[in-house]
Ligand binder design. Structure first.
Ligand code: MLT
Length: 267
């Protein structure tokens, strides 16, 4: 998919990292999820960039960012975000992460709390995987090694509330991005997610405001987990988007954009 914003690159650990930046004002960094790329933010980017400098980057092994090894830990990806901020000469940002992007945002917030103005977890959560989920991830890695196409065909539709017929176009769009993600990038991200640490403590002691956006019908990050985690953080707003799955920027774009902007404006 062609980016609609001008692309830039920097190098980190000998790998090219693609990013875009648009608008002027306080920095908002948007981090996509697993098997996604910067294009998932196209609408949100347009919407926010009239008031903010919005930066998006392809996380390692996704979109046009090259792989940095065989395991992309959340900490490694957080350091790529730090390098992005260095490139943009910014000391602080509003950090917004979708799902795996939220895990990266939490790793960043843990290491660099003074660089975070606000944290938004969109269909993402601070818990580590339970042992059953870790085993699923290890099995998924085996499947991706030989049958990545099948893995993608199975993994993408369940991100959406499939009862809603109009999601078909978005499902196909996300499948296209996912099919373009390399086998190494896919495996490195699955391994990184499997091995990630629990970070509820980051929510508990956050010195900045937190927004959690939940999809009522999300089958990846269930609503009740997010309701529980919203109680951990002192300064946390929970917004539940009715009738959507795991993909708020596609399944309910207008509501998602206005929730996000209202929160960031308020900070
Ligand atoms: C994502 O959408 O980024 C992933 O599905 C999250 C996960 O598998 O935990």
């Amino acid at each position: 998919m062609l980016p609609i914003f001008m692309e830039n690159y920097f190098t980190y650990r000998n790998a090219n990292v693609r990013f875009t930046t648009k608008g002027k004002g306080p920095l908002v960094v948007l981090l996509h999820g697993f098997l996604e790329d910067i294009s998932i933010w196209n609408r949100v980017n347009k919407y926010l960039s009239s008031n903010y400098q919005v930066a998006c980057l392809d996380l390692p092994g996704h979109g046009k960012t090259e792989c940095m090894g065989y395991v992309h830990s959340m900490e490694l990806m957080a350091d790529v975000v730090l390098e992005l901020m260095r490139q943009l000469n910014k000391r602080k940002c509003h950090l917004v992460g979708h799902s795996m992007g939220g895990y990266v945002a939490l790793a960043f917030a843990e290491q660099y709390p003074d660089k975070v103005t606000s944290l938004t977890l969109a269909c993402s959560n601070a818990r580590a995987d339970k042992s059953e989920k870790k085993q699923d991830r290890t099995r998924a890695i085996q499947l991706v090694k030989t049958k990545k196409e099948l893995f993608v065909e199975q993994a993408i539709p369940i991100l959406f509330n499939t009862a809603i017929k109009s999601n078909t176009r978005a499902i196909n769009k996300v499948k296209e991005i996912a099919h373009n993600t390399s086998i190494q990038g896919t495996i490195a991200a699955i391994a990184g997610m499997r091995d990630r640490f629990e970070r509820e403590i980051v929510l508990k002691f956050a010195p900045y405001p937190i927004l959690i956006v939940a999809g009522e019908k999300d089958s990846i990050i269930p609503l009740d987990w997010l309701q529980e985690q919203a109680l951990i953080a002192e300064n946390c707003t929970l917004e539940i988007i009715p009738d959507i799955g795991h993909m708020p920027f596609y399944e309910s774009p207008l509501l998602f954009e206005s929730i996000l902007k209202r929160f960031i404006d308020r900070v």
